[in-house]
Design a binder for this molecule. Structure first.
Ligand SMILES: Cc1cc2nc3c(=O)[nH]c(=O)nc-3n(C[C@H](O)[C@H](O)[C@H](O)COP(=O)(O)OP(=O)(O)OC[C@H]3O[C@@H](n4cnc5c(N)ncnc54)[C@H](O)[C@@H]3O)c2cc1C
Length: 422
C-alpha cells in the first residue's frame, strides 16, 4: 500500500474510533508518543501499528474492538510491553497503560484491578492490610498479562498459580460485547482465560484473591561453582522433603558485580526465620563456603528475587544426572533450576488450563544449548517463540481451549499474541 493509501486508512480508522465513542488518546506514526507507546520490553520486537489507541475506559476498549472489526484491522493488546513478542504491524495497538486502578477489599481479601495495573501497585496497596498477591519476579510486570498466562511467583508452591486465584473478569470479546466471566457466568470463558492468555478478548477488570503474607525470610546466597554438581544432586533430594511454604531455585551464574562464576541459591520462605534456617540446613551444609549474600526477614512486597530470560525452557519431572552433567559444563550461561510442585500441582476443581502442573522443576537457560534432552513442554509466560503456544498446554486442555476460542473468537480476531487457533 502506498503512503497516501495508508494515511487514508488511518484517517478512516480514527474517524471510526471517534464515531464509536472512543475518548482516549490516538497516537499516529511520526508522533513521539507513537514511538514511546509501541515499544516492547523485548528489544527485538519493532511494532509498526497503523495507530496506537490509548484507552482510558472499558467504553474505549469496546470502541477499539468494534472499529477494528469494521475496518478489518487486527488488534494487539499491550499494558507494559513485558510480554509483547508479536508486532502489531498493520493493526491497532490497544494500550491499557492509563487504566491503572487497584482496589483492595481487605475483608474479603480480594483485589480488583484495571488492565494497566502493574504488580508494584498491587503489592503496595495490599501490604497495608498484611496481604499479598501472587505476583512474580518483577514489580513492573503487568498484573493482567501475567495472570492470564498462568503467573508463577514465589508463593506459588503455597497458593498456586496467579490464574488459579482469579475469581472474576470483565472481558470485551471479539464481537465488542462486554461479558463478566466467573464460575457462574460464561464458565467456559472463565476457564479459558485462566492460563489461555489474551486469546479470548480484552480483559478490562480482574478480581483475584490475596493471601495473609506480610513477611518472608528470603534472599540469594552464593557458593563456589566447584560445588555445582553436589549442590544440584543435594537439591534434587532436598526438594522432596520441604514444605510448600518454601520456594527455591538454584542458579549457575556469577557473583553480582564480579566475573566470578558461582552457584546462587534463591530462597523464599513464607514463615519464620528460624524455621527457614532449619529447613535449609541440609542444603547449605553440602554447599561449601558462602561467597556472598544472605537471607533476611523482609516484607513480601520488598522481596525482589529476579529471574533468568528463557532462551531454553523445559520442565523436568526429575533432575537427572545427565541434565546435571550437561548444565554444570556450561561455563558461560546462566542456568536456573526452580522447584515447582506444591499447590501448583494440586489446584482446586475447575482450575484453568495452566499446563504441565505436575512438573517438579523448570529449567531455564539464557541461551540455546545443543544436546540437552527436551520434553517439549513450555510455559506461556516464559515462551520466547509465541508460535509455540500450543506446547504450553496439555493435549486435552488445548482441545478445549480451541473449542472456547471457536465460541468466543471464531475468526481469530485476537491473533497478535501467543495464539491459540480456533
Ligand atoms: C522482567 C520480567 C519478569 C517476569 N517475571 C515473571 C514471573 O515471575 N512469573 C511469570 O509467570 N511471568 C513472568 N514474566 C512474564 C510475564 O508474566 C509475561 O511476559 C506477561 O505476558 C507480561 O504481561 P504484561 O501485561 O506486563 O505485558 P504486555 O507485553 O503488555 O502484554 C503481554 C500479552 O499479555 C496479553 N494481555 C495483556 N493485557 C491484556 C488484557 N487486558 N487483556 C487481554 N490480554 C492481555 C496480550 O496477549 C499481550 O500480548 C516476566 C517477564 C519479564 C519481562
Amino acid at each position: 500500500m502506498s503512503t497516501q493509501a495508508i494515511a487514508a486508512v488511518v484517517s478512516d480508522v480514527v474517524a471510526g474510533l471517534l464515531g464509536a465513542g472512543f475518548n482516549g488518546a490516538v497516537r499516529l506514526p511520526g508522533e513521539v508518543e507513537y514511538d514511546e507507546q509501541r515499544r516492547s520490553v523485548i528489544p527485538s520486537v519493532d511494532s509498526r501499528p497503523l495507530l496506537v489507541a490509548e484507552a482510558y475506559s472499558r467504553t474505549d476498549v469496546q470502541a477499539v474492538v468494534r472499529t477494528a472489526r469494521d475496518y478489518g484491522a487486527p488488534v494487539a493488546v499491550q499494558a507494559t510491553g513485558h510480554g509483547t513478542r508479536v508486532p502489531a504491524d498493520g493493526g491497532i495497538l490497544l494500550k491499557t497503560t492509563q487504566m491503572t486502578s487497584v482496589l483492595i477489599d481487605p475483608e474479603r481479601r480480594i483485589a480488583k484491578v484495571a488492565p494497566g495495573a502493574r504488580w508494584g501497585a498491587v503489592l503496595d496497596a495490599a501490604r497495608q492490610f498484611g496481604l499479598a498477591p501472587l505476583s512474580g519476579s518483577h514489580r513492573d510486570v503487568g498484573v493482567t498479562g501475567y495472570t492470564l498466562g498462568g503467573g508463577v511467583g514465589w508463593l506459588a508452591r503455597k497458593y498456586g498459580f496467579a490464574a488459579d486465584s482469579v475469581i472474576r473478569a470483565e472481558v470485551v470479546t471479539a464481537d465488542g460485547r462486554t461479558v463478566t466471566a466467573s464460575a457462574e457466568h460464561h464458565a467456559d470463558l472463565f476457564w479459558a482465560i485462566r492460563g489461555g492468555t489474551g486469546n479470548f478478548g480484552v480483559v478490562t477488570s480482574l478480581e483475584f484473591r490475596l493471601y495473609p503474607v506480610r513477611q518472608v525470610h528470603a534472599g540469594i546466597v552464593y557458593f563456589g561453582i566447584d560445588r555445582a554438581a553436589t549442590i544440584l544432586r543435594t537439591y534434587r533430594d532436598w526438594t522432596a522433603t520441604i514444605p510448600n511454604e518454601l520456594s527455591s531455585a538454584v542458579v549457575l551464574t556469577r557473583v553480582p558485580g564480579t566475573e566470578q562464576r558461582a552457584v546462587a541459591i534463591k530462597v523464599m520462605y513464607a514463615g519464620a526465620a528460624d524455621v527457614a534456617e532449619h529447613l535449609l540446613k541440609p542444603l547449605f551444609a553440602r554447599a561449601g563456603q558462602r561467597l556472598a549474600g544472605e537471607l533476611e526477614t523482609i516484607e513480601y512486597a520488598d522481596a525482589a528475587m529476579g529471574g533468568t530470560p528463557a532462551r531454553h525452557l523445559d520442565f523436568l519431572d526429575t533432575l537427572t544426572d545427565e541434565v546435571i552433567d550437561i548444565v554444570t559444563e556450561l561455563d558461560d550461561a546462566t542456568v536456573e533450576i526452580r522447584n515447582w510442585g506444591g499447590a501448583m500441582a494440586n489446584p482446586g476443581p475447575g482450575a484453568g488450563p495452566v499446563g504441565h502442573r505436575q512438573a517438579s522443576y523448570s529449567l531455564i537457560i539464557d541461551r540455546e544449548v545443543a544436546g540437552l534432552p527436551s520434553s517439549g513442554r513450555t510455559f506461556v509466560n516464559f515462551l520466547g517463540d509465541p508460535g509455540r503456544a500450543d506446547t504450553a498446554y496439555d493435549a486435552k486442555d488445548l482441545h478445549r481451549l480451541r473449542e472456547v476460542k471457536r465460541a468466543y473468537d471464531p475468526t481469530n480476531f485476537f491473533h497478535l499474541n501467543a495464539n491459540i487457533r480456533p
